[in-house]
Design a protein around this ligand. Structure first.
Ligand SMILES: C[S@@+](CC[C@H](N)C(=O)[O-])C[C@H]1O[C@@H](n2cnc3c(N)ncnc32)[C@H](O)[C@@H]1O
Length: 257
């Protein structure tokens, strides 16, 4: 059967189809969506990844960087010392504060802009390279989001995302703990279709990243994402141990202007 929805509409439906049912969300002990700044801390020595290489290629001898959904700044800070100035923007104040504090600690010229992209784009203006890591699957309206990334870049854009929705691996646990069958998860193919529909033709690189969390941290995070009380973490850890290994597939989508 043919699918005549636009890629943007399909993306939106895929993301909205995975909203947590209100009765489960309301009974949750805390926000299932919360991100911990320390989990996203930038390593002192950034790993040599396709995203970092793509960012450095855009910068050449040097240039300014805008990091959208910067979190604690891992994407932008990985481009030092070639990057001469970093702007971080995020709608989470604690994340943005972590980015600012790390730039201060390293003595990096920087600016922070609090707010939601693309609404903040006008205030921020342009940078030589725009980087945006692990924000795409949070973004139902992906077309205006990526169009604004493109418009903000003088030289080019680097988007990093997991190959499939970062919570897809938890779907069997939603069934086990809540009896809930999850709607299909979006993948980078769906995101790429939106980029193509927006007239963008990125270079696509597929690579693997080792897991960010140890087993305990993974179980604690899963507990929160599943809207379960923290005292169920051992049960969740045991259930995770029965799952196939969590996929580490990572995508770098990059383009020059
Ligand atoms: C998964 S974290 C990734 C952080 C960082 N880019 C990294 O890779 O380490 C996603 C970040 O994007 C931010 N975010 C999500 N949607 C956003 C939006 N529309 N505008 C600004 N920030 C956003 C969140 O607050 C969070 O800090």
């Amino acid at each position: 059967m043919s699918d005549d929805r636009s890629a943007s509409a399909r993306w939106r439906e895929l993301l909205e189809g995975r909203a947590i049912p209100p009765e489960i969300r309301e009974a949750a002990p805390g926000s299932p969506y919360r991100h911990e700044p320390r989990r996203f801390a930038a390593p002192e020595q950034p790993p040599d990844t396709p995203s970092r290489r793509a960012g450095l290629a855009l910068l050449g001898e040097g240039g300014t960087v805008l990091d959208v959904g910067c979190g604690a700044g891992a994407a932008a800070l990985a481009l030092l010392p070639t990057a001469t100035h970093l702007t971080g923007t995020d709608h989470a104040e604690d994340m943005l504060a972590a980015f600012g504090a790390e730039c201060d600690r390293r003595g990096v010229p920087h600016r922070t802009v609090h707010g939601a992209w693309p609404e903040t784009a006008g205030e921020i203006g342009k940078a030589d390279a725009v980087v945006c890591h692990h924000v795409g699957y949070n973004t139902a309206e992906l077309a205006p989001f990526v169009a604004a990334l493109d418009a903000a870049a003088s030289r080019g854009v680097v988007v990093e995302m997991t190959a499939e929705h970062p919570t897809a691996w938890l779907d069997p646990l939603w069934e086990r703990f809540h009896g809930l069958q999850r709607a299909p998860a979006a993948t980078y193919h769906d995101a790429l279709a939106v980029l193509h529909e927006s007239g963008l033709d990125p270079q696509v690189q597929h690579w693997d990243r080792p897991p960010r969390d140890d087993t305990r941290a993974q179980a604690e995070l899963a507990c929160r994402r599943l809207c379960l009380a923290p005292d169920r973490v051992d049960e969740v850890a045991a259930a995770i141990a029965e799952l196939p290994p969590r996929p580490g597939g990572m995508m770098t989508l990059s383009w020059s202007r």
